[in-house]
Design a binder for this molecule. Structure first.
Ligand SMILES: [Zn+2]
Length: 332
């Protein structure tokens, strides 16, 4: 066995398939006295138990949708991830990184209420609903105090450097930034920081951004609004457009595209920046063919020149104004 398949074997041993499914709310019953369990299939609309697991072999098979395999295969199918992404996802479940990021996000969230400048910046960008700020887990990194906090929790300096939370010169990577945690399912996969000063405007940790932002709550909507940035998302949520999601940027990964495709009747309203230099418009236009090929309906939201959804609202637009733009959005 080569090193790679040894690693995969170890990964599968460390996360038994049955345990993984139960953790993700699958209910199965033991069949007879053997290692087999049966229950409703999580991969297709199932009305009577056709999903079987062999807990000893760590394999599943569904007699309804006729799919089967090991844990990695299950993650590929259930989360619409590639093989490599599935392995990364499972490693994340085991790795303490998610926990480290959760500790960091929680710390920054407290810091937001300790220093006025973070909340002030949010207000300038039109984000003022305290409940929404809490719900999105928005925080503030004043800089300089994350390291002692995390070291007191037992994380080594090496670990913090490796995660990219601390720069080699010592200060927090996110110094003087408003922080949005990016979640995927139940764990934080990255942190997005937006500078409140004149440092480089935004920053993410050197790791995957994960799927579409807040997809767990947005996926229930047939029609979704896709925006470029998290401040766009925050003001839209605040105005009641809870069907807004974001890829942080204008490019969609195959996994994010697959998320949009979960509902074949879905219409995607693209509300990118109306930049003077056409960057947002060009990005929207280059997304069109891949959304179209994926069989999604697409509409382009025509914001006033020079505006993005965030500035549109801070300039005084109301939910009614945006609803009108959505109605008028050109179908393609
Ligand atoms: Zn099935």
């Amino acid at each position: 066995m080569d090193a790679m398949s040894e690693d995969l074997e170890r990964l599968k041993q460390r996360i038994p398939l049955l345990e993984y499914l139960q953790r993700h709310h699958w209910r199965g019953h033991r069949v007879g006295t053997g290692p087999e369990f049966a229950g409703l299939c999580p991969l297709h609309e199932d009305t009577h138990p056709s999903f079987y697991i062999n807990a000893r072999k760590n394999l599943f098979y569904c007699h309804g949708c006729r799919r089967g395999g090991d844990l990695i295969r299950f993650v590929e199918l259930s989360r619409h991830l590639s093989f490599r992404e599935s392995v990364a996802y499972l490693q994340e479940e085991l790795a303490p990184t998610a926990q480290l990021l959760a500790h960091t996000a929680a710390f920054y969230q407290l810091e937001l209420h300790r220093y006025p400048e973070g909340v002030q910046y949010l207000a300038e960008r039109g984000v003022h609903d305290a409940r929404l700020i809490e719900e999105l887990g928005i925080g503030y990194a004043r800089g300089g105090n994350l390291r002692p906090h995390l070291q007191a929790l037992g994380y080594s300096l090496e670990r913090l450097l490796e995660a990219g939370l601390i720069g080699p010169q010592g200060p927090d990577t996110f110094c003087r930034r408003v922080i949005f945690p990016c979640r995927q399912q139940d764990h934080i996969v990255n942190l997005y920081g937006r500078s409140i000063g004149n440092a480089f405007p935004h920053r993410l940790l050197p790791r995957s951004k994960g799927g579409l932002f807040a997809w767990e709550s947005v996926r229930q909507f047939r029609d979704v609004i896709l925006v470029e940035g998290l401040f766009d998302l925050a003001v839209l949520w605040q105005a009641g457009f809870r069907n807004t999601t974001c890829a942080i940027g204008t490019h969609l990964t195959p996994a994010q595209l697959a998320q949009l495709r979960e509902n074949p009747d879905r219409c995607v309203y693209i509300a990118f920046d109306q930049d003077q230099n056409q960057a947002g418009q060009n990005a929207a236009n280059s997304l069109l063919p891949c959304l179209d090929q994926a069989g999604l309906h697409v509409r382009l939201v025509d914001l006033p020149a020079g505006q993005d959804p965030n500035s549109y609202f801070t300039a005084g637009a109301t939910a009614k104004d945006l609803a009108h733009l959505l109605e008028e959005a050109a179908s393609l």
